[in-house]
Design a binder for this molecule. Structure first.
Ligand SMILES: Cc1ncc(COP(=O)(O)O)c(C=O)c1O
Length: 422
């Protein structure tokens, strides 16, 4: 009795000591700030939106065009498969649909892509872009800390993955001078950095600026990856939202360089292309060694797409009609943006994607103002970009505006934005 009474405070003290010495979480997570949507919520929390206006959320890159009927039909036709655990490699049919689509879209030579060796389904590319760093980050490279390169501003998931994997995220500032893409001339000068680089994230068309890399640029990035033995990770999730020429992709560059897929990983999904962000269906494709190792990791801890989702995904990759219809809607909205914004805020019609990236000044202050005076929710560029050692954040003066609503709502939003800021 006595023993148990006295042992209680001792156990408590022991637990307290452990708590003081070693927090019960991975300390690398302390390097991650709050994800930017949380920061945005905190920024706007004390601000009351204009009460006479309906709030319009332009912050999330979540397409609100109609969900294709094909998606609902295929899901219900395959409803008898919900009980099955799906394999992490997905179904042969899904992989074949993706291989066929990639081959058609990028005019690849026959047999360049093997559905079994080069393609891996993922539950949306977010998880893949996060997890890939764990696949490719060694303890050190040439006796130095491994570096993972990414543009700045950028999709912040790249940074989270790099940090948790123990790599150093190296942010390459992008500005209008380099068409909002990392400056490869500058990168090529930095031999020491290239020597310890294990991966380079390249988003094209880019989020947030919508800049598409041309074929020469992607070929050059891939050659650099091969000569310095790192993985070029092409984030192509906006590849099907464009107005003019279809954006070039990583596989086109690989084909132009002889057809090998080593040192290349391409990520894409149905979220933007098929207005199906909630489906969580995407793929990674490319270097067969990486695909194999990635599948090993994912078979332990990756989210897999359920069987009906794989069936719906295959059907959607085989259909272009709904994609063309959706593109036409974006075109109408960018026509509106042209008429409202030409000559203002360095507006440019992007090569691809559905964001406006507007140079408005102090991005946090303007975000608050748009919410309070116009009931418009946008993302401050300061939250998508990161400050360098000198304190310069290449996103600090811009806001990101997602043209994801239907045309009439978008028109209202643009009209309010211009009325408030001009
Ligand atoms: C640049 C970029 N990459 C990847 C993703 C992830 O998309 P998903 O996980 O829906 O495929 C997003 C989503 O907003 C994005 O903007």
């Amino acid at each position: 009795m006595l023993k148990s009474r006295s042992s209680l405070p001792l156990a408590f003290l022991a637990r307290l000591c452990v708590k003081l010495e070693a927090p019960m979480h991975n300390p690398r997570l302390d390097q991650l700030g709050d994800y930017f949507f949380r920061r945005l919520a905190a920024l706007l929390e004390p601000v009351t939106p204009a009460s006479d206006l309906n709030p319009i959320d332009l912050s999330i890159g979540q397409p609100l065009h109609p969900t294709p009927a094909l998606l609902k039909d295929t899901l219900s036709e395959n409803a008898h498969l919900w009980h099955r655990y799906p394999p992490s490699l997905g179904t042969p049919d899904f992989r074949q649909a993706v291989a066929d689509w990639l081959s058609w879209r990028y005019r690849l030579p026959q047999h360049m892509l093997s559905p079994d060796r080069h393609i891996l389904p993922v539950a949306g590319t977010k998880e893949a872009l996060f997890m890939i760093a764990q696949v490719i980050t060694p303890e050190s490279k040439h006796a130095a800390k491994p570096a993972i390169l990414m543009p700045n501003p950028f999709y912040n998931v790249y940074l989270g993955g790099a940090i948790v994997a123990g790599a150093e995220p190296v942010l390459l500032p992008v500005t209008a001078r380099t068409h909002h893409l990392p400056d490869l001339d500058a990168l090529e000068q930095d031999e020491a950095l290239l020597a310890r680089t294990v991966a380079f994230f390249l988003c094209s068309p880019s989020n947030p600026q919508g800049s598409a890399a041309d074929l020469d640029y992607i070929k050059r990035a891939l050659r650099l990856a091969r000569s310095h033995d790192f993985l070029l990770i092409m984030d192509e999730c906006y590849s099907e939202v464009y107005g003019g020429e279809p954006p070039k992709g990583g596989f086109e560059a690989a084909a132009a360089l002889g057809g090998d897929l080593d040192h290349l990983l391409v990520c894409n999904s149905l979220s933007k292309r098929s207005n199906a962000a909630g489906l969580r269906s995407g793929f990674v494709a490319g270097d067969p060694d990486i695909i194999k190792t990635f599948n090993r990791l994912r078979s332990y801890g990756g989210a897999v797409q359920p069987m009906p989702v794989l069936a719906a995904g295959a059907a959607l990759w085989r259909d272009e009609e709904h994609v063309r219809a959706s593109r036409a809607l974006y075109e109408q909205k960018f026509d509106l943006a042209d008429s409202f914004l030409s000559g203002c805020f360095d507006y440019h019609r992007p090569d691809g994607g559905f964001f406006l990236w507007l140079n408005v000044g102090d991005s946090e202050a303007i975000t608050r103002r748009l919410w309070s005076e116009a009931a418009l929710k946008v993302v401050p560029g300061a939250y998508i970009g990161y400050a360098d050692d000198s304190g310069w954040n290449p996103g600090a003066h811009a806001i990101r505006v997602a043209l994801v609503h239907e045309k009439t709502v978008t028109e209202q939003a643009l009209e309010r934005l211009v009325r408030t800021l001009c």
